[in-house]
Design a protein around this ligand. Structure first.
Ligand code: TMP
Length: 231
């Protein structure tokens, strides 16, 4: 694997905010936890920019429609490039500006999803897919990545209960989703300081409490560093 690049607080350019991403398979509850964290931070007076990939910008919405709903085949490398294109545009137009304004960015999925889904799921390779995203984002890594881990069979049962039609990725075989889960866990093991791994079968309120604790420590460290830099 390529060496980790600087997290948001230290990446090239005047980045003052905090970048938090949520990752995991389909149906693990990322969106619920991202919303709860946004609410918790806003109640503490933080300015939060919440977004998602794919589809966090107008261009991204068009790309999202292709990658999730195109009816024919998409070559795996084309799929990887579409996700990377969405990411490049999103980071340049939405995420970096918010970080430069000192906001907390909470994002549903980021480059770890590409490594897990295209790198492992589509078997394109971890390093190649990661390098593509790092190129697309000029090396921006999150300060914290919350990985909600769940057995894909349980996650699938949740999606079925939701009663919405499956998209292209959700429709993949169980072996695909098993590879995605294993890759997320391998990524977390390789970068334990960046990842918080939680068992997503736990209750939502319980998970939110653990996430808040970790985010509070991150914000405290960030504030201390800002004071140190100002001295
Ligand atoms: P979601 O917004 O409901 O999570 O759907 C996005 C889908 O796209 C999900 O199945 C994961 C997949 N995906 C990738 O395959 N690669 C990526 O880089 C990203 C961001 C998402």
């Amino acid at each position: 694997m390529s060496p980790p690049v600087a997290p948001a607080a230290e990446a090239a350019g005047p980045v003052r905010g905090v970048f938090i991403t949520f990752e995991g398979g389909d149906g693990v509850g990322k969106t619920t936890q991202a919303a709860l964290l946004e609410e918790w931070l806003a109640a503490r007076g933080r300015t939060v920019a919440r977004s998602r990939e794919p589809g966090g910008t107008e261009v991204g919405v068009l790309i999202r429609d292709i990658v999730l709903h195109h009816r024919g085949e998409i070559a795996p490398r084309a799929e990887a490039l579409l996700y990377a294109a969405d990411r490049a545009h999103h980071i340049e137009h939405l995420v970096r500006p918010a970080l430069e304004r000192g906001e907390v960015v909470i994002q549903d999925r980021y480059l770890d999803s590409s490594v897990a889904y295209q790198g492992a799921g589509r078997v394109l390779g971890r390093d190649e897919v990661r390098d593509l995203s790092l190129w697309a984002t000029e090396g921006l890594l999150p300060d914290l990545t919350v990985l909600l881990d769940l057995d894909p069979a349980l996650a699938r049962a949740r999606l079925v209960a939701d009663d919405k039609p499956f998209d292209r990725l959700e429709s993949e075989q169980s072996a695909f989703h098993d590879r995605v889960r294993a890759e997320f866990l391998a990524l977390a093991a390789a970068e334990p300081d960046r990842f918080l791994v939680l068992d997503a079968s736990r209750g939502s309120a319980d998970l939110a409490t653990d996430i808040q604790g970790r985010v509070q420590s991150l914000l405290d460290a960030h504030a201390e560093k800002a004071v140190g830099d100002a001295d």
